[in-house]
Write a protein that binds this ligand. Sequence first.
Ligand code: AMP
Length: 401
Amino acid sequence: MSFMLILVINCGSSSVKLALFHHDDPNPVATGMVDCIGTDSISGSYRIGHEPSKEIHCPANGDHAEALDAALTGLRSEPALNNLTVTAVGHRIVHGGQKFSAPVLVDAETLAAIRELAPLAPVHAVPNALGIEAAIRLFPEVPQVAVFDTAFHQTIEPQVYRYAIPEELYRKHRIRRYGFHGTSHAYVAGEAARRLNLELNNCRLLSAHLGNGCSATAILNGESVDTSMGLTPLEGLVMGTRSGNVDPNLHNYLAKEAGLKLEEITDLLNRKSGLTGLSGISNDFRVLTQKFNEGNQAAQLAIEVFCFRLARELAGLTVALKGMPDALIFTGGIGENSPLVRAKTITHLAAFGFQLDPDKNETAGSNSMGIVSSPHGPTAIVVPTNEEFAIARATIALGLP
Ligand code: AMP
């Protein structure tokens, strides 16, 4: 028997994550990851379903194509997958600029456009393009689909996406708010509407994607109308190691007062700030929660700032909904697994009528949907995200004959 599978690829600068899906099944048949690509510490592993993971034998200093090839060789060595036939490939692409408002079939023009967006996504655009090129080499006959993190937010209006800076900068350098995590926000909005018997195209939703990166989105009648991230994924909420919003004069101040260079400030705001910076402990929410419970004041402050800023952002996003939200969605590693964050955020939003159900909140999550609010106010619900499956679905919609 041969398996017709959708391969989903997420290429970072030095890593490749992949997942294989049977057509309509949200549970991946297999997942894999290769890290430290291009170095002699390159290593990887894969898993079939929930079985224990196995090592991928990667060639030292291998590039993205060799990493992908090694991962697929590993998967094909499994008796359950040795007739594996990849039917279509879906790619997670971080930045689609103003050009892409939906997934597209990849051709030479798409690939050139993704590369051309590199100034807007310096860390991601080049590896994203490398991933596509590698997959084309490995599967030349198979349709390849690009799914953009920014695409869902292309519905937001100029009053929401323009910065109050000279117009020329928008025209010449495309400086505007784009928003990210669009695949996740769109997916959980659809799932929540289904679960809550809401018509997606006739409801008001707030979605909080809280993982290592965090963003919140207002979704009106199924469309993104405002979101917390901007030109880059640094804007908005407090994140694992990213600061989120700071005073735009901070660069100037740090350069003058602390003698920091531009790259050092960029590094500080992206890699040393957020929960890591506030706590001085970790960006791992499990560690911070433990420290919080032990009474560690730095961990407590980090979590308080995280939740307050989230609630403030959600309150602001409500303006774009033009009415009270029907539901608030929590998703991502923290949103799905931290009753503490949900409780604090919902409590901050009491003015909007939200009320926590403490018992339901404690037991919600763990890979299933669950309401965490009392019935006396708007609904707050945990919805596990599944970006890879959302990409597989988009790939099927476009890529299959
Ligand atoms: P993601 O980027 O969506 O994988 O989310 C990663 C974040 O989720 C990290 O901060 C993890 O510490 C956090 N996380 C994962 N599991 C849990 C958990 N059980 N409780 C609290 N935080 C968690």
